[in-house]
Every structure is written in C-alpha cells, then in structure tokens.
Design a protein around this ligand. Structure first.
Ligand code: IMP
Ligand code: MG
Length: 176
C-alpha cells in the first residue's frame, strides 16, 4: 500500500508566514551581529526561503541533529554533530528548525550553544507540534502550531522522502 498524504499547510500560507517571520527577525536584530544556525537536514528548505526575506546582514552556519532515525517517533536521545567550527561569540543566534516536537533536539542544541558564549539564543521553527509531556520550549519566531500528527514536506521527511513537497502534509504510512 502507498503512503497517504493529507494537506495541512499550503505552500501559499507558508510563503506568507515566512515573509512575516523574516520581517520580525529583521526588525528585532537590525544592525546587530546575527548568526542563523540551520539544523540539517529538515530546516534547509525553510531556511532558504526565510533568509532571502531577511533584510539585515547575517551569517549562516549549520548543525546536524538527529533523534528520529528512520522512525516516526523520537528516540529520546539527541545526537548533535558538526558543531565544532561554530564561532558565535557575541553574536545573536537564531536556531532555524523545521519542527519542534518533544523539544529535546532544540533544548540540547541550546544547551550546547550556550558554551560558545553568544549574546543571545532564539528559536525560529516552522511548526510546533503539540505533544503531551513535551519539554517547554520558547519559540520566539514560530510559523504554525499543528496537532500531534506526523508531517512531511517543505524539508521534512519520512525516511528521507517527501522533503521536496512545497506544502506540509499529514502522513499515514502504507503497510508495504
Ligand atoms: P524533537 O527533538 O522531538 O523536538 O524532534 C525534533 C526533530 O524531529 C525535528 O528536527 C525533525 O527532524 C524530527 N521530527 C519531529 N516530528 C516530525 C514530523 O512530524 N515529521 C518529520 N520530522 C519530524
Ligand atoms: Mg530536524
């Protein structure tokens, strides 16, 4: 059986919201040293659109974090890689994520980044999943709240598939 995809957030709504988030970021950080830290791989599509709308200088860097592997549920432990070369001392940091679910990934990232002595750390996430018992995370720049369902598209994957979809979809995997 093939996977079932049901539309949740259209490409058009995303485009509008991304422009609003970029405008907020621009206003809040104009002229300040700013680094966007993009969380690979899921946030790449979102970040590519977001950064083209930000109208103040910034630099970008990447980290790799994974808690899911190929599953649809968080494994509960977060692996953070490729963080060694980051130089954000004195910078305002915005972590750009596709989705905050249990909050474990973003919390681990924030804890790690604190050691690099940035001026501040904020979170920008396209979607926030409402999960019972999740770690409370302050998302200063949030695209959308969504129900606790597995989603794909606009960078988000299921076993590496569906990142190329222009909108966000709810996924029910087929039983092969
Ligand atoms: P957290 O640590 O549970 O907040 O999980 C965050 C990470 O899990 C995100 O960066 C995504 O890579 C992945 N993730 C969580 N929920 C979904 C989903 O519904 N679809 C695809 N990836 C997800
Ligand atoms: Mg991710």
């Amino acid at each position: 059986m093939t996977d079932s995809l049901r539309p949740l957030i259209s490409a058009r709504r995303i485009k509008k919201r991304v422009a609003e988030l970029a405008r907020d970021i621009t206003e809040d950080h104009r002229g300040a040293p700013l680094t966007l830290i993009i969380v690979l791989k899921g946030a790449t599509v979102f970040a590519a659109d977001l950064m083209r709308r930000i109208d103040t200088p910034f630099v970008i860097d990447f980290v790799r974090a994974s808690s899911y592997g190929k599953a649809m549920q968080s494994s509960g432990s977060v692996l953070i890689r490729d963080q060694s070369g980051l130089d954000v001392r004195g910078h305002r940091v915005i972590i750009v994520e596709d989705i905050v679910d249990t909050g474990l990934t973003i919390s681990s990232l924030i804890d790690n980044l604190r050691g690099l002595e940035p001026e501040s750390i904020d979170v920008c996430a396209l979607v926030h999943k409402r999960v019972a018992g999740a770690k409370p995370v302050a998302i200063r720049y949030k695209g959308f709240d969504i129900p606790n369902e597995f989603v794909v598209g606009y960078g988000m994957d299921y076993a590496e598939r569906y990142r190329n979809l222009p909108g966000v979809y709810r996924l029910t995997p087929g039983t092969a």
